[in-house]
Each structure stands twice: as C-alpha cells, then as structure tokens.
Design a protein around this ligand. Structure first.
Ligand SMILES: Nc1ncnc2c1ncn2[C@@H]1O[C@H](COP(=O)(O)OP(=O)(O)OP(=O)(O)O)[C@@H](O)[C@H]1O
Ligand SMILES: [Mg+2]
Length: 654
C-alpha cells in the first residue's frame, strides 16, 4: 500500500468506499495502485452500476382506469395541501402592501385636521418589509415543493406510458407512426409538466389573489367597488370569451403541427441513407420547410391572439383606474372617502387585472395539459390486439407440435393474406416454408409467435390455443430470427445475451463460436464488450444476421423460427450455420423460411406458400416427384447452379 498514487485515488476511492473495504478492515484507504487502476476501470465499465430493479410488468394485470387529473393528483394530496398553505401565506403577504399604505397615509401622515403619528409610519413600514420577506420566502418554498411533486408525477407517468408501449402489439407499431408516439412522449409530456409544475398551483395563487383583492375593494368602499365591477366586468367577459375560443382553436392546431414536425423528422433520420443515395435532400428540406412553416403559423396565431387579449385588458384596466380616480377623487373632496383609502383602492384595482390576465393565460396551460392528458389517456387505453386473457394459463415446457386449424388472417379487414391454412408441424421437425415474395411466409411465422392473432381459425402449440396461454410463457420458449435483425445500443455481449442477460461470458463466446463470429469478435478491440452502434450500423448485414443467430443460439428456445435468417450470408458461413443449427435444433421444432433452395432442401418437410395458401406439402423428394410448383423451382435452381463452378455460387432467389 506504500505506492499509493494520486492518480488512482480519485476514481478508486469511490469504488472502495462503495464496497466499504478499507473502512471495514480499520486501515486508512491508500488508493488503488496506478498499475491496477486500468483493470479496476475495466471491471467497473463492464459491471452494471446498479442492480437491475425489480420491475413490475404484466401483460394482463395493470391499471386500466382512465388517466385523469384527479386520480393522478390524489396520491399526493398531502403535499398539495402543504403547497396550498404556502400559497395562502404568500398571497396574503403579497396583498398586505396597499392596506399598509392606507394606514401609513391616513394614520401615519395624517391629513386635513388630523394629527399624523410618526411611530405608526415606522411600524407600518417595518411590517411592509416583513410582509415582503414572508412573501418571497413562502413563494420559494412553494415553488420548490410543487416542483418536486410535479417531477414525481411526471416520472411515474413517463414510466407508465413506456410500460404500456412495451405491452402493445406489433401491429400497433406498424400503424402508429413512431414520430407521433415520440410527440406523446415529448411535447405532450412537456405540456403536462408545465401544468403540474407551475400551472395548477399558479391557478390557485391567482384565484386566491383575485378573491383577496375583491374583498379589499369591497371593504374600502362598496360603492366604488360596485361601479368598478359594473364597468369593467362586461368588457373583460366579452374579451375573455373571444380569447378562449380563439386560443382553443390555436392550440389544437399547434399540437397537431408539432406532431407532424416530429413525425417528419423521425422518418428523415431513419431513412437518411436512402435520402442521401437518391439525392432527396432538397425535396426533404422543402417538405420540412412546409411542415415547420405550418407549425410556425399556428404558433404565430396563438401569439397574436394572446397579444390582442393582453393589450385589450391593459387598456380596460388603465381606463378603469382613470375613471375611479375621477369618481373617487370627487368622493374625497366631498369628504366621503379618505385619501389613503382612495390610494389603496387604486392600488388594489391595478392588482385586480394581473390575476385575471394570468388566469386566462393559465387557462391555456390548462387546456394544453388537458389535451395532452386526453391523448396520453387514449394511448394508455389502447388495448393490445393480442391481449393476454385474464385466465391465461402458463404454457408448460413446449414439446413442439404446432397446428394451424383452418386459419385465415388479414392485416387489413376484408383483404386476407392467408386463407384456409391447415397445417401440422410435428414435434422436433424441421419445417421449411418456400414460395414467391409476398406469399405470406413471414405472416405464418408471425402467427406462431403470436405477433398477430388469426382472424379465423386457431393456431395452437401442443394442443394449447395460443390465445389461451400467457404471452411470457409462450415467447420465453420461442426464438425468432427475423428478416431484418435489429441491434440495440450496447455491447455485442448485451446484444447476444439479450434474451438471457444472466448468461456468462463463456456462454456468449460459445454462441459466437457456434455461428462462426469468433474471428470477428477477436479482431475487435474489446472483444464481446465492444459497443455496437445504434441499429448496428457498424456491422455488415451478414454480421448482423450472425449476431441475431448467436442470440437465438444462446436462448436455446424450444421452437425456433428463422425468417430468411441466412439470406445475407456467403455460402461458407451458411453451411457453417447449418451445421451449428443441426446441433442447436436437435429434438426441437424449427420453421425455416428460405428463398435458397439449398437451405430448404435440408428440411424434413417443405410447404410451398402461394398467395396466402399452402399449395404443396411434403419432403423434398416427394415434392420433386410430384412435379408441381416446387419441382419447377427446383429445376430452375438446378439449371442455374450446374452452369457454374460447383458450390461456388448459387442464385439467391428461386
Ligand atoms: N403490416 C402489414 N400490413 C398490411 N399488409 C401487410 C403487412 N405485412 C405484410 N403485409 C402483406 O401481406 C402479404 C404477405 O406478406 P409476408 O411478409 O408474409 O410475405 P413473405 O412471403 O414473407 O414475403 P418475402 O418473401 O418477401 O419475405 C404481402 O402482400 C404484404 O404486402
Ligand atoms: Mg418475409
């Protein structure tokens, strides 16, 4: 420990302190020796910072009550009552000013024949100062308090919406634009944040201010107060009604337009390669200009409405004060009113308009928040199309018999893409689906994984209708390597161990070896801990497919679906995969979709799918002997391959 180094003490100190090692042994912590620091850093980098939290998630058992302001606020009522108490203190302290001024003028200074009293003046000034201090203190405490409650609310709402998105079915995400969902999570949540942070509590502040001010107006002089209300209220009412309807319209437009902006942005970003390749930048910018332009116009409109209303109420306010000065001045001259009272009245009058303006602006915040709440509530209410039944049973360990019983399926009601599919895939069988593009092969695979439910008939696994079993028990035993493998941000290890995060590094490496990417991994600077980029752009398509296969390999599912999983591989990699699959699939059921007949040929049985129907079914030899569509495909394929050097190249599609 004699070689403690300053460099190591920083990062290492926190590390050891967290483990409590040195402190527990009673020795002073001497820092981590610099030569070991790199290893510690490595360890820390690969070790998760916190334990994965216990996340409650259920497909069927979740809060289905509609999202409402009331239910959202209810659990925080205690904090809210506290905030309201602070608001009351703040408001009263704020409005003490004019009343103190009146006492100062009438009793402190004195006028006419009355004697002034300097001591009153001093006391009143001191109280005035104190009231300002109280006002500021209460205000700050209230902002901090309500801010914290607001943040907590938003946090739980974000998590709730995200959890629901995780629950929704695959079809939902094909229909709903990702950009629109983004705007739910950004601009809608933002509107709600505004409402919770400041909006609601400000409404109380301003409402209370208005009540206090009006009370003061009436205590100073009932006649003046009545006159004020009679003159000012009708104007304010008309203006406010106009403002409400105009700004409602304005904000609805703003909301729709921002969703468009985000949707277009999202699409352009994900399609950036195609945009670049086809020189579409100019059109893209033009489109974005139009979309952002309409958003700007919508914002301009609401700003204009706000300006007209704000200016209008100001004019009414000033005119009102002038009039009261005139009428009140006469009353003072007639001896009906003290000058201090008139001063206080006019001061309160100017304080009367601010809360009205604020309230009307807050109404916008409220409107926006309410609209956002409605949209989020709708999203939270959307039921997954493949919802889990309440009495769903846990699917026992799969043997692997898959049955399609008179299945019809349509993505769009009325135009089925699968019809009359009757099929039994036997336990432990390797079953291939071949057929032309768009025939419905991937759709059949999607029904097995219950990404969709059939519109007629049923799909069952070992005799259990897929709709009757829990989604988790079904998908936990299924593996799918999709046509377009997706890689997540994180390391290669994270991606391979996606279905089994607890897998050891050795298991991950074994999966890499099985699919033949151990060379690739060894070449990388940090091996399996090398980060791969979002969407896996730094890997080639073939490498991505291999990674997806390694993912399936590690998960060791009871039933495996490979949808063109080897289509981007060269022949040598493919035959290596096939050998690896032979070990992986031993005794397990597999559905393999392939355009390359060399892959399909290895299956126990092959089904030819054409325009949503199974037109031929049998082993390779049987189908060739039958002389139908498959035999034709096979003949074409054979003609092509015999013309080339054996085994060097094969057409990629039949
Ligand atoms: N989400 C969807 N919404 C509507 N129609 C869809 C959807 N997905 C696929 N289809 C349609 O369903 C039909 C079958 O598609 P499917 O993906 O099953 O074909 P495939 O046999 O896998 O084709 P390929 O060989 O090109 O992968 C196609 O006509 C396709 O246009
Ligand atoms: Mg497909």
């Amino acid at each position: 420990m004699g070689m403690m180094g300053g460099a190591g003490a920083g990062g290492g100190g926190a590390f050891a302190a967290a483990r409590g090692g040195a402190a527990a042994s009673g020795l002073p912590f001497a820092g981590i020796p610099p030569e070991l620091q790199a290893k510690v850093d490595d360890l820390l980098a690969t070790e998760p910072d916190t334990e994965t939290p216990e996340v409650p998630f259920s497909h069927s058992d979740y809060d289905r009550r509609r999202l409402r302001l009331r239910t959202l606020l209810a659990p925080h009522w205690l904090a809210l009552v506290g905030a309201l108490g602070l608001v009351a203190v703040e408001t009263v302290a704020m409005q003490a000013g004019p009343a103190l001024t009146q006492i100062g003028i009438d009793d402190g200074i004195g006028f006419g024949g009355a004697e002034g009293d300097k001591r009153v003046l001093v006391v009143v000034s001191a109280i005035y100062l104190l009231s300002i201090v109280v006002n500021i203190g209460a205000g700050r405490a209230r902002v901090a308090w309500s801010g914290r409650v607001g943040e907590r609310l938003m946090y739980s709402l974000r998590v709730r919406v995200f959890s629901h998105l995780q629950r929704l079915d695959v079809g939902f995400f094909t229909e709903e634009k990702a950009g629109r969902l983004m705007s739910r999570m950004t601009s809608d949540i933002e509107s709600l944040t505004q409402l919770f942070h400041e909006g609601l509590i400000q409404m109380v502040v301003q409402g209370l201010t208005l009540i206090v001010v009006v009370t003061f107006l009436f205590t100073y002089d009932v006649r003046l107060a009545v006159i004020t209300l009679l003159i000012i209220v009708p104007f304010m009412l008309v203006m406010t009604l106009w403002f409400r309807s105009a700004s409602d319209r304005g904000y609805a437009a703003v909301r729709d337009r921002i969703a468009d902006v985000l949707a277009h942005l999202q699409e352009s970003l994900s399609g950036v390669r195609i945009v670049t390749a086809h020189n579409r930048q100019r059109q893209n910018i033009a489109e974005h200009r139009n979309i952002a332009g309409t958003y700007r116009e919508a914002n301009d409109y609401t700003a204009k409405v706000g300006a007209v209303y704000g200016g209008g109420t100001e004019v009414v306010g000033i005119a009102g004060q002038a009039m009261i000065l005139l009428i009140g001045g006469r009353m003072v001259l007639d001896g009906d009113l003290d000058p201090g009272e008139l001063t206080a009245f006019i001061l309160y009058l100017s304080a009367f308009f601010a809360p009205i303006q604020q309230l009307v602006n807050l109404y916008n915040t409220y409107q926006k928040g309410q609209a956002a709440m409605d949209k989020l509530a709708d999203l939270l209410e959307s039921e997954p199309a493949t919802a889990e039944q309440r009495n769903a049973v846990v699917l026992p360990p799969i043997q692997g018999e898959i049955r399609f019983d008179d299945v019809e399926f349509a993505y769009v009601p009325g135009s089925p893409v699968l019809t009359d599919v009757d099929l039994t895939i036997r336990q432990g069988e390797i079953f291939a689906l071949v057929g032309p593009t768009g025939a419905g092969k991937s759709t059949i695979a999607s029904l097995v994984t219950r990404f969709y439910d059939p519109t007629r008939g049923s799909v069952s696994m070992d005799g259990h209708d897929l709709r009757d079993v829990t989604l988790e028990s079904l998908r936990g035993q299924l593996g799918i390597v999709p046509q377009e493998p997706f890689l997540f941000g994180g390391s290669i290890r994270d991606n391979i161990a996606f279905a089994r995060p607890a897998a050891t590094d050795d298991e991950v490496l074994e999966a890499c070896r099985a699919v033949g990417i151990e060379d690739l991994v060894e070449r990388l600077p940090q091996g399996i801990h090398t980060p791969c980029h979002e969407r896996g752009v730094s890997l080639s398509s073939g490498e991505r497919q291999l990674l997806a296969l390694a993912r399936a390999f590690l998960a060791r599912p009871r039933v495996l679906v490979l949808d063109e999983a080897t289509s981007n591989l060269d022949l040598r990699s493919e035959s290596k995969i096939e050998r690896a699959l032979d070990t992986l699939l031993e005794g397990r059921t597999a559905i393999i979709i392939a355009h390359r007949l060399s892959t399909a040929m290895r299956a126990d049985r092959i089904a030819v799918v054409d325009r949503g129907r199974i037109v031929e079914l049998g082993s390779h030899d049987e189908l060739v002997a039958q002389g139908g569509q498959y035999a034709e495909m096979y003949a074409t394929w054979e003609r092509h391959t015999s013309g080339e050097h054996a085994g060097e190249h094969q057409p990629t599609s039949a």
